[in-house]
Design a protein around this ligand. Structure first.
Ligand code: FAD
Length: 428
């Protein structure tokens, strides 16, 4: 009988792995590949801020797991993992419940020969008072949709009152910076859709960051350039400012200042998802991540792997692999190759993270970032249209891992043609 590999989490890492394993072994029935996700569609996480502001429409750009699985040789199961038992080689999925609180499917157990956990991460509020209750955490499709609904209500109201809409974002990493720039672009575009009383004077965006610069993880030149662009767009930067408390009305900083905001977003820090706290059989770190070795195998447990943001893999330099889309994609690729080696009874290869640099989108027309050269040349600074093209090519690479070269090209072309015909903004 074919071995069963169960992958939980169909994001940047899990979906790429399921697609490649499915095409290589699933279609020919050499392996039974099963992908479990709590959602029915996949949106690449770095695009969540675009869903949030309505620049992309998930019903058009989202990948349907069920259809994709059929064409790529894996079985999709809708479900939310809530427990994992290495002794019986099984996982437990929570009951599926509808809006009327009716049980659609009761709790289930799924058995595996190999298990891959790719549950992603969530924003880390660092237990800041009031953050959970008053902020939207832009870390899932649901939260991006919640932000979108709030934004639409606010725009409707703003068009009537012509008051001021204030949006506060905590965390000036890639997510916060990209969201701020995209919001600015959206407010400039809504007038042509009938919100004729709204102009950029009505929007105030506050970007609050505990470090002394925006994009604190990136080189100085990239931070300074992004900072200059954001300031030019009129985004209010609050640097070296720590948020002590979040209330219904805004943020209270550790120096006692109040920053008022109608919509509050928390986009700082990454930790593993809460559900991992109850996985008592696995080694879970204080940041709720699963401790894995160089082969992405869960430490001390056979046949279970973890990858992407939910895993903690310490590199030779003592630093953990960063929670990034490129790291998730590289991990999926290495694990895929290792499974192929395992099938041929050959030794697996350790994962070595390659940092190719970082690109941050500054809305439709620009991006900034750094690209890694070699030891002699160091890193290159890129910006503007070229950086934007490179930023888009990152998404292209993700599509190639999901569809293969040819289909990814056709898919992109179809999206481009659709974009030409459909509204530029999703305003419903
Ligand atoms: C707004 C935003 C912008 C970003 N921009 C960039 C960027 O520009 N560059 C970059 O490199 N990185 C960026 N990142 C980070 C990047 O998106 C992540 O590092 C990457 O997606 C991690 O991949 P992953 O597969 O580990 O998790 P994810 O892509 O988050 O996938 C996790 C999957 O697991 C599913 N899941 C979660 N819990 C359960 C459960 N209990 N049961 C079943 N399924 C579950 C989810 O539905 C999801 O499909 C950004 C992140 C955000 C939020």
């Amino acid at each position: 009988m074919a071995q069963k590999i169960v992958i939980v989490g169909g994001g940047a890492a899990g979906l790429a792995l399921a697609s490649r394993l499915g095409r290589k072994f699933g279609l020919s029935k050499q392996m039974d590949v099963c992908l479990i996700d709590k959602n029915t569609i996949h949106i690449w996480k770095p695009k969540l801020h675009e869903v949030a502001v309505g620049v992309i429409d998930q019903s058009i750009e989202g990948l349907q797991y069920r259809d994709h699985g059929l064409k790529n040789g894996y079985q999709y199961v809708r479900g939310c993992i809530e427990q994992c038992d290495p002794q019986t080689k099984s996982i437990q999925l929570a009951a599926v419940i509808n809006d009327e609180n009716e049980v659609i499917i009761p709790q289930r157990k799924i058995e595996y020969d190999y298990l891959v956990l790719a549950l992603g991460g969530v924003s880390n509020s660092f237990n800041t008072l009031g953050a959970e209750q008053n902020c939207i955490f832009l870390d899932s499709l649901n939260s991006a949709n919640r932000f979108h609904d709030k934004l639409l209500d606010a725009l409707l109201q703003l068009n009537e009152t012509q008051d001021k809409l204030s949006i506060g974002i905590v965390g000036a990493g890639a997510t916060g910076v990209e969201l701020a720039a995209e919001l600015h672009h959206v407010i400039e575009s809504v007038a042509e859709y009938g919100y004729s009383h709204i102009s950029k004077q009505h929007l105030e965006i506050h970007l609050i960051e505990a470090a002394e610069k925006v994009l604190p993880q990136l080189p100085e030149q990239v931070s300074l350039r992004a900072q200059a662009v954001l300031s030019k767009l009129g985004i209010k930067l609050h640097l070296a400012v720590q948020v002590k408390e979040v209330t219904k009305h805004g943020f209270i900083t550790s120096s006692g200042e109040t920053i008022n905001a109608n919509i509050k977003v928390w986009a700082a820090g990454v930790k593993g998802p809460k559900v991992l706290e109850s996985f008592s059989a696995l080694p879970i770190t204080p940041r709720n991540q699963i401790d894995v070795d160089q082969y992405m195998q869960v430490k001390g447990i056979d046949n279970i792997y973890a990858l992407g943001d939910c895993a903690q893999l310490i590199q030779d330099n003592g630093k953990p692999v960063p929670p990034r889309a490129q790291a998730a994609a590289q991990m999926a690729e290495t694990l895929f190759k290792n499974i192929c080696l395992k099938m041929k009874h050959q030794p697996e290869k350790p994962f070595i993270y390659k940092d190719y640099g970082s690109l941050v989108s500054l809305s439709r027309f620009s991006a900034v970032g750094n690209l890694m050269g070699n030891l002699r040349t160091g890193t290159f600074f890129v910006e503007g249209h070229l950086a934007r093209i490179m930023y888009i090519s990152l998404y292209q690479r993700h599509l190639i891992s999901l569809y293969g070269w040819m289909s990814a090209f056709v898919y992109r072309l179809a999206q481009k043609l659709l974009r030409w015909k459909r509204p530029k903004l999703k305003l419903h």
